[in-house]
Design a protein around this ligand. Structure first.
Ligand SMILES: Cc1ncc(COP(=O)(O)O)c(C=O)c1O
Length: 406
C-alpha cells in the first residue's frame, strides 16, 4: 500500500501534522474525497429532490450514484436494501420498532454481552412489550462467543439473534457466515453490527446471507451517518416508521429527509477506496477494486499490529484483552490492554502528553467490561489503528508507552 498517497488523501494530516491519531474505532478521519463531495453537493445541488426542474433532477442523479456506490460497497443486491440514517444506534432503534410490530409477547430475541449498546439497548427495550431477551455471554477466558452457548439459548420462539461482527474491544472477527447459517437453520434472523469491521475488511452481505447489517460511515473515513442493510423480502414485509402513504423501502424506514450531502460524501469514500485499490484516479466502482483496496488495508494493518504486539507481549504487567497475535483472518488492528498496577486512565492521560490520541474506558461495551471485571481498572486502554497509520507512528506510541510504563 502506498502510505504516502493514502496519507495525502486525508487533509488532517497536513493541517494537524503533529497529531498521531490512534482512536480510529472512536471515529476515523474523513478522506478529502468526502470533504470535497460534501462541498460540491452543498455548493451546486442543495435543492429538494423529486421536483421536475433541472437542478433537482441533477441532485437526484447525484444521490442515486452515491446510493449505488454504497450498494456496491456492501454488496447488496438492490438499492432498496440500503437504508441511511443519522447513526447506527438510531437505525437499530428504527429496525427494532418496525420488526417487533410483527412479533408477539413471548417471542424471543438473543443479544450478546460483547456488543456495543447500539445492538443491545433497542432489543432490551422490547421487553416492555412482552418479548423475552436472552444474553449470549462471552467466555471470559478465551474472549470468544461460543457457538454451543448460542445453540443452548435458541428455541422455536427465537426470532432474531443480534451480534457484532468485530468486537470494538477485542478486535476479533466473528464467523458471521457460519453463525448466520446456523441461526437460519434454527428458524431465526440475524442483525449484525459491522461498525468495527467496515474500516478494516470488505463487507459482503450476500456472501454471508445476513438479514440485517449496519455500519457507521464516520468510522469508515466518511461523515457522521450510518447505513443499515436489510434483505429485500424482509423489508418488503415489514411495517415502516414513516408516514402511512410511504410504503416502499428504503423510504419507509427513513422518517423525514435523509441527509443528502452526507450520503453523497459516503459515495465519495467508496470512490477513494476503489482508487486505492487500483492506484488510479477515478477508478471504476466495483467489487474487484474494493477487494484490492481492502487486501492492501488488511496487510498494512497487520504489519502495524505485529509491530505493536511485539512490544506489548514483552511486558509481563500488560494483559492484552483479545487475541495477542496479528492474524488477518481472526482480528483487526484494534488492540485493548490493561496493566497490572497502572490504571487505564493514567496510562492514556500520560500518553496524551505525547500528542498521541488513544483512549480508555468501556467504549459503550459496558456489559463486556463489567463481565470481564475491568471496571475497577477504568476499562481498557484501546489503541485502534487504521490503514493511514504508519510504522513511524506506531514507533512513537511504543516510545511513549515505554516512558509511561517504566
Ligand atoms: C462497535 C460499535 N457499534 C455501534 C456503535 C454506534 O455507532 P453510532 O455512533 O453510529 O450509533 C459504535 C460506536 O462507537 C461502535 O463502536
Amino acid at each position: 500500500m502506498n502510505i504516502n498517497w493514502v496519507r495525502a488523501q486525508f487533509p488532517v494530516f497536513q493541517t494537524n501534522s503533529k497529531m498521531v491519531f490512534m482512536d480510529n474505532a472512536g471515529g476515523s478521519q474523513t478522506v478529502g474525497y468526502a470533504i470535497n463531495a460534501l462541498t460540491e453537493y452543498l455548493t451546486h445541488y442543495d435543492v429538494q429532490l423529486g421536483a421536475s426542474y433541472a437542478t433537482s433532477l441533477q441532485a437526484s442523479n447525484k444521490l442515486q450514484q452515491a446510493t449505488k456506490a454504497i450498494k456496491t460497497f456492501i454488496n447488496a443486491k438492490y438499492t432498496e436494501e440500503v437504508i441511511v440514517g443519522p447513526s447506527s444506534t438510531a437505525l437499530v432503534r428504527i429496525l427494532s420498532l418496525c420488526l417487533s410490530q410483527n412479533w408477539q409477547a413471548g417471542d424471543e430475541v438473543i443479544i450478546t454481552d460483547v456488543d456495543h449498546e447500539a445492538n443491545r439497548a433497542a432489543w432490551l427495550n422490547l421487553q416492555q412489550q412482552g418479548l423475552i431477551v436472552k444474553t449470549w455471554q462471552v467466555n471470559p477466558e478465551t474472549f470468544e462467543l461460543e457457538t454451543d452457548d448460542l445453540l443452548a439459548l435458541m428455541t422455536t420462539k427465537t426470532k432474531l439473534v443480534c451480534f457484532t461482527h468485530v468486537s470494538n474491544i477485542f478486535g476479533s472477527i466473528n464467523p458471521v457466515a457460519e453463525w448466520t447459517q446456523l441461526i437460519h437453520q434454527n428458524g431465526a434472523m440475524v442483525c449484525v453490527d459491522g461498525v468495527a469491521y467496515a474500516p478494516h475488511r470488505l463487507i459482503d452481505v450476500q456472501a454471508w446471507g445476513v438479514d440485517f447489517y449496519f455500519f457507521s460511515t464516520y468510522k469508515t473515513f466518511g461523515p457522521h451517518q450510518a447505513v443499515l442493510y436489510g434483505k429485500y423480502d424482509l423489508l418488503n414485509h415489514m411495517p415502516g416508521i414513516n408516514h402511512d402513504f410511504i410504503q416502499t423501502s428504503p423510504y419507509k424506514f427513513q422518517p423525514g429527509n435523509v441527509n443528502y450531502e452526507l450520503c453523497y460524501a459516503m459515495g465519495a469514500v467508496v470512490q477513494y477506496l476503489c482508487d486505492l485499490g487500483t492506484d488510479n484516479a477515478n477508478a471504476q466502482i466495483n467489487r474487484n477494486n474494493l477487494n484490492s483496496a481492502y487486501q492492501q488495508i488488511a496487510e498494512h494493518e497487520a504489519q502495524l499490529l505485529d509491530q505493536l504486539l511485539a512490544y506489548m507481549i514483552e511486558i509481563p504487567e500488560i494483559k492484552v484483552i483479545g487475541l495477542p497475535q496479528s492474524n488477518t483472518k481472526y482480528r483487526v488492528a484494534t488492540l485493548s490492554f490493561v496493566h497490572q498496577s497502572i490504571s487505564s486512565k493514567t496510562i492514556v492521560e500520560q500518553v496524551d502528553q505525547h500528542n498521541i490520541g488513544i483512549r480508555f474506558g468501556d467504549f459503550y461495551a459496558v456489559k463486556l467490561i463489567d463481565h470481564l471485571g475491568l471496571m475497577e481498572k477504568q476499562g481498557v486502554v484501546r489503541v485502534s489503528l487504521a490503514h493511514y497509520n504508519s510504522q513511524k507512528e506506531v514507533q512513537l506510541l511504543i516510545n511513549a508507552l515505554s516512558q509511561v510504563l517504566s
